[in-house]
Design a protein around this ligand. Structure first.
Ligand code: ASP
Length: 412
């Protein structure tokens, strides 16, 4: 029988959905004057985003420390860590491959001539080796002040492992982080009550300012990218959820729906993290596993980004009439997988990493300027795909460790 609490929860996700639909409708209605949406509606969304962003650094740090401590011994922690990274990388490899194959099949961009007058500054592509070396922070406090997630995660992992190794003497430190993480979850809960309104305030100006005009010339490209997301969802996620997690995909999507909507509207895996963690809890992923895998996933696992990179690289090649050999396409897949590790979980981050992928095979960086105009519309579903991937992999890792199916009462 449905409890009152469940009914209330259901009611909440319906409210979020209504917020989204009304926001889209209002955005379409305000397309003739997007300033109204930007001046009077957007600030409410920004307020919500700021509140959620306020939590990211303390939440990620304390929850990863607790996740590492909660796993009990350093060996188990190392095993789960390796397994998680491997699962994340494998799904991202599938994602990048799907992108490249789909772009080959559809020949996206061939025969298209575009005016490239959009003035977008092409920033220098980040170097992948530097990104990997810089994972270990020389100054963890600076990493926190700058919000460098990879570095924060690395320091939190050292901290968690250290606490486990010190043992009894470190118990007060562990108790501190335990309480601290709980406080962060509590504040998240309060902020999340405003979600339906925030979703409205975030989506309305996006739709109002990115109307059909920007979309039309690049429609075929956008459609191929959307198709790539759907294929990855159906082939990799639904199969993974069914076979590896042993759950019904529909049930899974329903359970994580809130995270999907929030990622869609915020375009940020990091900003969605508090909600993703809540959804992980609803899926029954144990606290130590979800507090370890999900912040890591929000930072390094970007399947949506990898699909996008694969398709866009070939789109740019076709557009400029450049033929890419099989081995060059493999380089694109490999670079897209590595680039996704370095992609920050923030809006539009893939556009920056696109530079790395394009230059890996010498494609013109002007390509970035061409696709930048429609990036917002792609970033929305791209981030949702990133989030679904994090949750699926986390649930799978939990299942292999016998840490899935934990009820709320068991947890407390
Ligand atoms: N916005 C994406 C995220 O936060 C990153 C990207 O692909 O641009 O997951």
């Amino acid at each position: 029988m449905e409890t009152g609490k469940e009914r209330r929860k259901l009611h909440f996700s319906v409210k979020v959905m209504i917020g989204l639909l009304l926001g889209i409708a209002a955005g379409i209605a305000l397309q003739w004057k997007p300033e109204i949406a930007n001046t009077y509606i957007k600030p409410f969304g920004t307020l919500y985003l700021n509140a959620i962003k306020m939590l990211i650094v303390p939440l990620v740090f304390s929850s990863i420390v607790m996740g590492a401590c909660g796993l009990g011994d350093v060996k188990k922690f190392g095993r789960i860590g390796l397994k998680t990274v491997a699962v994340y990388m494998v799904t991202t490899f599938f994602a990048a491959s799907i992108g490249v194959i789909l772009a080959n099949v559809t020949n996206v961009g061939q025969g298209l001539t575009l005016a490239t007058e959009q003035a977008v500054e092409v920033s220098e592509a980040p170097n992948i080796v530097d990104t990997l070396i810089n994972i270990i922070p020389t100054n963890p406090i600076q990493a926190m002040a700058e919000g460098n997630m990879l570095q924060i995660i690395a320091f939190a992992l050292f901290m968690g492992a250290g606490i486990v190794m010190v043992g009894k003497k470190a118990q007060p430190v562990m108790a501190f982080f335990d309480g601290f993480a709980d406080i962060m979850y509590q504040i998240t809960g309060v902020i999340m009550r405003f979600t339906p309104y925030a979703v409205f305030a975030l989506i309305c100006p996006t739709i109002a300012s990115n109307g059909v005009d920007v979309l039309l010339p690049l429609l075929s490209f956008v459609l191929v990218v959307y198709a790539g997301f759907l294929i990855h969802l159906a082939l990799v996620y639904f199969t993974g959820i069914k076979v590896l997690v042993k759950m019904s995909p529909i049930q899974f999507i329903k359970t994580v729906w809130e995270a999907i909507v929030i990622s869609f509207t915020t375009c940020s895996s990091s900003a969605t993290l508090p909600v993703t963690m809540e959804c992980g809890k609803k899926l029954g992923i144990s606290l130590p596993v979800r507090s370890f895998t999900l912040p890591l996933g929000a930072t390094i696992n970007m399947d949506g980004g990898a699909i996008y990179q694969g398709i866009t690289a070939l789109f740019v090649a076709n557009l400029f009439g450049i033929h890419l050999s099989m081995s060059q396409q493999l380089v694109i897949v490999a670079t897209a997988v590595l680039a996704s590790v370095g992609t920050a979980g923030v809006a539009g981050a893939s556009i920056i990493m696109l530079g790395t992928v394009l230059s890996s095979v010498g494609l013109p960086l002007e390509g970035i300027a061409i696709v930048a105009g429609v990036d917002k519309l792609i970033d929305m579903p791209r981030t949702s795909i990133n989030i679904i991937g994090d949750l699926m992999c986390s649930a799978f890792v939990a299942r292999t460790e016998g840490e899935l199916g934990v009820t709320e009462t068991e947890e407390t």
